[in-house]
Design a binder for this molecule. Structure first.
Ligand SMILES: Cc1cc2nc3c(=O)[nH]c(=O)nc-3n(C[C@H](O)[C@H](O)[C@H](O)COP(=O)(O)O)c2cc1C
Length: 316
């Protein structure tokens, strides 16, 4: 794999979404492969005690590498968790002869810089027809089930769960401390960006005040008004399925982006174990992994910061 292609693949990977924008990945460039490793120094032990979201984030990064390879017309083979003795080695992307070009993947690759998490309002309505079928197709290719929340009763029950998730998480001082520690000025290149001027104040507010009731009200409205609500669910609940979920998530988000839609996450009921069981019952899904709100943003989406690529490369 030539150096320029390898760097383009890693550059695409680092534009992937990650919980708290923690960017919990490292890359090792070999002659004919790229290894994706978990950077557990960037884990979120309170929010994500099993590193479930860490693996999903890395799965998103892996999908971006696959798409960048398709765009560069480079054949690759992907092995998930190739070394049973090294659980940090999440995937090896090995160059191989190109069997056929994949223009649909190359088109998704074009969306990578344009996809952002948009937490503000969306225009009402969603042209669900063909897009849903496409999204289901992208998820299924990775072995992941995509369920659309279609009934009002189901939506209302999920809104209640999300609100309850907010109240539970915000009541936990360790969770608030962890969230506060990821509120950073944009020049840090990581974390949830708040202006340098405000970041000390925002961090202190989050650390000291339980804003659960306010957040719950806001989340409730977001769910009620969401033009489209989706759940991604895996068959099994371990590192392999989390990596698959991440790959599905990223292709779904990019597929939406292609049509002018963006997404934001409402994962609170998945992060709280007892609520996850209830979400599973409401939706009939075995292992819900991601709850997404999708729509056409009212305002222009902004890019969140990233660390420099040099800091993510491992010495060989
Ligand atoms: C597995 C995962 C879980 C996430 N959970 C949340 C969440 O609960 N709430 C939220 O607002 N954003 C969530 N995000 C979005 C990240 O905060 C976002 O990806 C990150 O800040 C980078 O911004 P970008 O997606 O615009 O590039 C999640 C992202 C991933 C990949």
């Amino acid at each position: 794999m030539n150096k320029q292609t390898a760097r383009q693949m890693v550059h695409s990977a680092m534009l992937a979404p990650s919980s708290h924008n923690s960017q919990p990945w490292r890359f090792r460039l070999q002659d004919d492969s790229i290894e994706l490793l978990a950077d557990r120094s960037r884990a979120l032990p309170v929010t994500d005690p099993d590193d479930r979201e860490l693996h999903i984030s890395c799965g998103c990064a892996l999908m971006n590498m696959r798409l960048a390879a398709a765009k560069a017309k480079v054949g690759i083979e992907v092995q998930l968790l190739p070394d049973p003795d090294n659980p940090d080695l999440l995937a090896r992307v090995q160059q191989c002869p190109l069997l056929e070009e994949q223009p649909d993947l190359a088109q998704l690759a074009d969306q990578i810089p344009h996809r952002h998490t948009v937490r503000t309002d969306y225009e009402p309505g969603f042209d669900q027809g063909e897009l849903i079928a496409d999204l289901r197709h992208w998820a299924k290719l990775e072995g992941v089930q995509l369920a659309v929340v279609s009934s009002e009763a189901q939506r209302q029950r999920i809104a209640n769960l999300v609100a309850q998730g907010d109240r539970t998480l915000w009541a936990d001082t360790a969770w608030r401390r962890e969230l506060a520690s990821w509120m950073m000025p944009p020049n840090r290149g990581e974390g949830l960006a708040v202006s340098a001027l405000w970041s000390p104040l925002v961090r202190a507010m989050i650390r000291w005040f339980n804003l659960g009731a306010m957040m719950a009200r806001k989340s409730n409205q977001l769910v009620e008004k969401a033009p489209l609500l989706l759940v991604l669910s895996s068959c099994g609940d371990g590192p392999r399925q989390w990596l698959e979920t991440g790959q599905a998530l990223q292709s779904v988000l990019l597929g939406c982006c292609q049509r002018g839609y963006q997404g934001s996450f409402l994962n609170q009921p998945i992060q709280v174990a007892s609520l996850r069981t209830r979400l599973s019952k409401i939706t009939g899904l075995a292992s819900p992994q991601i709850l997404l709100r999708l729509g056409r943003p009212v305002e222009k989406a902004e890019a969140s910061p990233r660390r420099p690529l040099s800091g993510m490369l491992d010495p060989v």
